[in-house]
Design a protein. Structure first.
Length: 396
């Protein structure tokens, strides 16, 4: 049986030859996803010989799916990700003006992948815009199913917006809408349950990885019951379920207003390790942190449901259509996301081989153009050449 499952005690049961569904992706996905697969296969062979192997299974989404099936996200794709538990994907185009609001959001919400996990670290040899990038070493737990991902909007001038405005004014006693006739309206749900499961996952991660703190980042000083609720519910959960770790100083719970936190990440990034935050805040935070260590091109990501075990790992950048087909795209984001996937299924030896090979490439100033141009004596490599550079370092 080639299916990854979850045992009653919470452990993943991983066969030696698991089937991993993957979405190649649109734009540069057609170049970076094969690069990732070749590197992963090489690392697994190097680490385990013939004992272990990934059975890759392509599933469709995005432009490729639409051309072949007429659907941007076929039901079969969701079924395969659900059945096989763990998968990976390249960047996807979201249709403009029609169809699904966001393919990525649809995948996350359908499978209830409530954690967007974004580890951020610096690699020796990467030039960044800050003086001490080595101090940046954080893991962001971004809530993945609520807040603006579950946002409800009514457009200015529509009967629905007028009805909602009238309800607020007449039924709820709201009197501070500045321009009611020309306002659009939005509602963002934030729940106790959604908050608790995110903060629980962040605290467990911090303890398991011996990290000193979890910081709740929010805008609770202005939005008292959504962002403020996130802070309150998160702190209560931490004290209730991790009180012993807090009392013994194995875990410190902090909280910080979002705008102050963004400033602090530049001034004193070493004070933070694990971050738990809402969806919109997490979007800003994870991208800023990625820029601080060299850009989103070396930023991995995962979408995980720690209860069911389901996880989809992904390139965190877009489809970059202007680069597609030119053999210049940087595959590091999806490669590092595959490293996360290997760690998730506890194939740590293969994950370590890839990480060290990437480190050696950067130390040798070898990278694709987007990174190499900032390196002293940087050697600009094509996607294919960089893939071979990584493989050579895995094998030697």
């Amino acid at each position: 049986m080639n299916r990854i499952t979850k045992a009653s005690d919470g452990r993943l049961i991983v066969p030696d030859q698991p089937t991993i569904p993957y979405i190649t992706g649109d734009g540069v996905g057609k170049e970076i996803t094969p690069s990732m697969m070749e590197i992963v296969d090489t690392a697994i062979r190097r680490a385990y010989g013939t004992k272990r192997q990934i059975k890759w299974k392509e599933v469709l989404a995005g432009e490729n799916a639409f051309k072949q099936t007429g659907s941007w996200l076929p039901a079969e794709t969701l079924e395969k990700f659900e059945y096989y538990t763990v998968g990976i994907k390249g960047p996807l185009t979201t249709p403009i003006g029609e169809g699904i609001r966001s393919l990525n959001v649809a995948l996350r919400q359908t499978l209830d992948l409530y954690v967007c996990l974004r580890p951020i670290r610096w690699y020796q040899g990467i030039i960044t815009p800050i003086l001490a990038p080595e101090k940046v070493n954080m893991t962001v737990f971004r809530e993945n199913t609520e807040d603006i991902y579950a946002g409800i909007e009514w457009e200015e001038g529509t009967p629905e917006a007028q009805k909602f405005c009238k309800f607020l004014q007449d039924e709820m006693g709201v009197s501070n809408i500045r321009f009611p006739e020309t306002s659009s309206f939005g509602v963002k749900p934030v729940s106790r349950e959604g908050t608790e499961r995110l903060v629980r996952a962040a605290c467990q991660y911090a303890i398991e990885n011996r990290l000193p703190s979890v910081t709740l980042v929010h805008k609770g000083n202005i939005m008292k019951y959504t962002e403020g609720g996130f802070r309150r519910w998160g702190c209560e959960l931490a004290q209730r379920e991790f009180g012993d770790a807090i009392a013994s100083k194995k875990l410190i719970i902090k909280d910080c207003i979002a705008d102050a936190f963004l400033q602090n990440t530049l001034l004193c990034p070493e004070e933070y390790s694990v971050i738990a935050t809402l969806n919109l805040n997490g979007d800003y935070i994870s991208d800023q942190l990625a820029a601080m260590v060299g850009g989103i091109g070396i930023a991995p990501g995962a979408n995980i449901n720690y209860n069911s075990g389901h996880a989809i790992f992904e390139a965190t950048h877009g489809t970059a259509p202007s680069l597609a087909g030119k053999n210049v795209a940087n595959p590091c984001s999806i490669i590092l996301s595959a490293v996360m996937m290997l760690e998730y299924i506890e194939w740590q030896e293969a994950a370590d081989l890839i990480t060290r090979a990437l480190e050696r490439c950067f130390e040798d100033s070898r990278a694709t153009f987007d990174l190499a141009r900032f390196m002293p004596s940087g050697v600009s490599r094509s996607t294919t050449e960089f893939t071979h550079d990584v493989i050579e370092r895995i094998n030697n």
